[in-house]
Ligand binder design. Structure first.
Ligand code: GLA
Length: 381
């Protein structure tokens, strides 16, 4: 017993120092193959050597932030633009990173180039819209097949209002959920090796969870191939929905689909107020920038705890979680510095100098807790 305790103390001291050291393990080392570790990154940002170094050290999967979306790849019918996406995929490929093709269809009206919906002065006929969708999918998938390991086939189709199944969009109005089923069917035909994902946000909310279940069942009943659900994971400080998220993980496991946590971040200046009460607080919020000179340390500590608790949960479901991807490589690159208003935000694991934040150390600690030495020290304690 005495020797066991000594061994446990030595072990936890060594590990403690290891984890607390300035340049500890990388995320990819710490996760040790239990799931992929990814990050969403702008094509411009990926070009910067100092960002690339960080990406290569910590991640094995990359998501192009914008350059593969249809506004970038087919802004005008038939006029495909692949320069940025080509460069992104080539760079990733050269460095041995896996790529998520994000996204083939973004089922939101304000994210769909107008021409998709128009036929001269009239609204497009449903069959033409379906054909345009297929042409788009075919052109993009065939170009990157074999170099893109997974596709977000459809992004954000589920409704925001609790009285709707799919969001109010021309896609849903003209085609119901058939466009989703067909998008999956067609992508699988074109690229049978690729992993196919439906990606959306806030699916932990009960009513959105129900719609997600309906959609997955519909695709499965049609005998169409779907591998996984992307849970975006854009959370707010002090408001991470652990319990309902766990309920969602349980549901997806039961539905026999895998899971990707696809766009993880924790907003330090929560944005909910922007949409509340018909947007009446927007003028005030547009001037709200509480931390222009850096984030208060106590907030960073709370963020660290909350990220770690999320990883504790992900590890519990590692049998179904395929990948965890952060959204943006460091705080300075985060979309939450400008969306939905301009502010200095701190939602990622790395600061503006690309240095690990408390959140990074907390995530490493959560990921390494289960290595055998640690388990041993816990048992012996
Ligand atoms: C959604 C999309 C992403 C990205 C983020 C914000 O979650 O899926 O591609 O646009 O919004 O940057």
């Amino acid at each position: 017993m005495f020797f066991k305790s000594i061994a446990a103390v030595l072990c936890s001291l060594i590990l403690g120092n290891y984890v607390a050291a300035k340049e500890p393990l990388s995320l990819i080392d710490a996760v040790d193959g239990r799931f992929d570790m990814g990050v969403g990154i702008g094509s411009q940002a990926f070009r910067l050597p100092e960002n690339r170094e960080l990406v290569l050290k910590h991640f094995n999967y990359v998501t192009p932030e914008n350059c593969m979306k249809f506004a970038a790849t087919q802004p005008v019918e038939g006029n495909f633009q692949f320069e940025k996406a080509d460069e992104f995929v080539e760079l990733a490929h050269r460095h041995g990173l896996k790529v998520l093709g994000h996204c083939l269809i973004w089922a939101k009206d304000d994210r769909t180039p107008e021409w998709f919906y128009r036929d001269g002065d009239k609204q497009v006929e449903p069959e033409v819209l379906m054909q345009r969708m297929k042409t788009h999918i075919e052109t993009v998938v065939q170009r990157y097949k074999g170099r893109v390991q997974s596709w977000d086939v459809v992004n954000e189709a589920i409704g925001d209002r609790n009285d709707e199944y799919l969001r109010d969009s021309v896609w849903a109005k003209l085609l119901g959920d058939d466009f989703i089923v067909e998008a999956f069917r067609y992508t699988h035909e074109l690229d049978p090796e690729a992993l196919l994902i439906y990606n959306d946000y806030h699916c932990h909310e009960q009513w959105r969870r129900d719609r997600m279940e309906r959609l997955v069942k519909k695709i499965q009943q049609e005998n169409v191939h779907i591998d996984a659900i992307g849970i975006q994971g854009h959370y707010n400080l002090d408001d991470v929905p652990y319990q309902s998220l766990e309920e969602l993980l349980i549901l997806l496991r039961k539905l026999n689909v895998k899971i990707a946590i696809s766009e993880l971040d924790i907003d330090m200046i929560p944005r909910n107020g922007w949409w509340a009460e018909g947007g009446k607080n927007r003028d005030q919020l547009a001037k709200f920038n509480p931390y222009p000179d850096g984030c208060p340390p106590e907030l960073l500590d709370r963020q660290a705890e909350q990220f770690a608790k999320l990883f504790d949960l992900f590890e519990k479901y590692e049998d179904v979680i395929l990948r965890v991807s952060f959204w943006n490589i460091h705080d300075g690159e985060s979309w939450l510095n400008t969306f939905p208003w301009k502010r200095d935000n701190y939602p990622t694991l790395f600061d503006r100098n690309r240095q690990p934040k408390p959140a990074y150390h907390a995530v490493i600690k959560s990921l390494t807790r289960s290595i055998p030495c640690c388990e041993y020290s816990k048992m012996a304690a």
